[in-house]
Structures are given as C-alpha cells and as structure tokens.
Design a protein around this ligand. Structure first.
Ligand code: SAM
Length: 253
C-alpha cells in the first residue's frame, strides 16, 4: 500500500470508524426490511456487502439464527465488526472477509440472503444486482438500500452535486424496473426516513468534525474531506425531499 493510500485510509478510519454507521440507515429500517422477507431456511447463509463497522450485521444476527459473512475492503471497518462480534457472543455465527464487492470470491448459489445497506452504488447498482443474483440460491433474497431520486426535475445545484458523487443515480421507478430486468421479483420497497440520515450518521459526524479539523489542521487533504462532509450535509438539509435511500426487498425467482 502506498503511503498516500495508507494516509487516506487512516483518515477515513478516524472520520467514519467511530460513527455508529458509515452511511444513512437505522436499526428500525433494518428490522422493517427484514420483516418483509418471505420464508427463509431455519439457519440461512447470509452475506452482508459493504458492512462497514457492522451495525446492520449485528442486528441481522439478532434477527435470525443463521451464519453471516460480513464483507468490506477496509481493515479498520472489519476489525471493529470483529470486536462487536466478540462482545455480542456471535463468534460462531459471524465472520468477516476482506474482499472487494466487484471481485467476490464465492461460488454461484451460495447464499439464502444477501444484505447491503448503502454500499452497492460503489460497483454500480445494475452490476451489483447481477452479481448478487448469481450468488443467491433459488428462492433467496437480496435486500439493499440504494440512493435514488424520488422527484423528477431536481434543482440544478442538487443535480451538480450528484453528478460528482453518483452520476448514475436512478429514480425509484427506474430501480424497480432494473431489479425486475435483473431477474428478481420485487417483494416491496420503502423510503428511509430522514432521521435515519441524522441519528446514527450525520449528527455524530457533525459532533466529531471540529475536533478532527484541529487534529488535521496541517493536512489540506483532510480538511478538503471534512469540507465535503459539510457540503453533503448542507445539501441534504436543503434538498432531502428530492432524493433519498430506498430499501428494496427482492426475491430471486
Ligand atoms: C456507505 S458505507 C455503508 C456501511 C454500512 N453498510 C452502513 O450502512 O453503515 C459503504 C461501505 O462500503 C465499503 N466499501 C467501499 N468500497 C468497497 C468495495 N470495493 N468492496 C466492498 N466494500 C467496499 C466501505 O468501506 C463502507 O464500509
């Protein structure tokens, strides 16, 4: 790993690692999505893609008695998952793997359930749907939250913001169509409530930023990253009714 990559990774660990979640989401929404699933085997085999520090991984382990593989690319995230797993007495049922979601090393039809909160955009939602479809057993489920437009004709400032961050972001309706095109039956979907952006993600981030700005006062890269966080939150405050995260519950036919 180059020194620069290591530096960025350490900075990400410092900024995101201590937050309850590394993206929008909350326990109530994880539970709600889980409650929409049809029958699963008694002890399902589950993959959690882009698990971060594992908030939803631990919740899933509480919701069902199966085995979970928590996948992420960053050691700082996976190490925290492992700590939580030990604390929760879940070592026998939850393990971590360091893999990139666009090169996952699993056989076809391995999983009964694939879960991913706020992460599939990294490989592109369509690529992710197709990859997950192959990894699911017949009758399995994919549950994913995905950034989506919820209103047509967004203001220019907002369009410019997302053109930088996720130019391929689609409307909820287009994602529904895509899910069907990729061989899934849509069981249902719902919009992540606004508090799921704030309680476990933006609000704790806001609290940490002044201290981090002091700590990294000599690092222009770090300060630029903190500015981006501020911009993202300001955009969300101003334009939350135009976009959001949609939770999709999809059955592999
Ligand atoms: C927005 S965060 C969501 C984390 C967690 N699911 C949550 O909701 O709190 C996206 C996660 O994807 C991980 N990630 C980034 N690139 C990845 C890749 N290529 N393969 C797997 N995970 C990746 C990040 O480390 C991060 O934990």
């Amino acid at each position: 790993m180059s020194e620069m990559t290591a530096g960025i990774e350490a900075l990400m660990a410092d900024l995101y690692g201590p937050l309850p979640r590394q993206g929008p989401g909350n326990t109530a929404s994880t539970r709600k999505a889980f409650s929409m699933l049809g029958p699963l085997p008694e002890r399902p085999t589950v993959l959690d893609i882009g698990c971060g520090t594992g908030a939803q991984t631990i919740e899933l382990a509480k919701l069902m008695p199966g085995h979970i593989i928590a996948l992420d690319v960053f050691d700082w995230a996976l190490d925290r998952v492992s700590e939580k797993v030990v604390q929760a007495g879940l070592v026998v049922r939850v393990r971590t793997t360091k893999q990139s979601m666009d090169a996952m090393d699993f056989r076809e039809e391995t999983f009964d359930l694939i879960w991913s909160e706020g992460a599939l955009y990294i490989m592109g939602f369509e690529n992710a749907l197709r990859a997950c479809r192959r990894l699911l057993k017949p009758g399995g489920y994919l549950v994913a939250s995905e950034a989506s437009w919820v209103r047509a004709d967004p203001p220019q400032e907002l369009r410019d913001f997302w053109a930088q961050g996720y130019p391929d972001m689609k409307s909820v309706e287009d994602n529904v169509e895509l899910i069907r095109d990729c061989g899934f039956e849509l069981v249902g979907h719902f919009h992540l409530p606004d508090r799921a952006w704030w309680d476990d993600y933006y609000a704790p981030m806001l609290k940490r930023l002044p201290g981090l700005r002091e700590k990294y006062a000599d690092s222009p890269d770090a300060l630029a990253m903190f500015d981006e966080c501020d911009t993202e939150m300001a955009i969300h405050k101003k334009y939350a009714k135009w976009y959001g995260y949609e939770f999709f519950v999809c059955g592999a036919e």
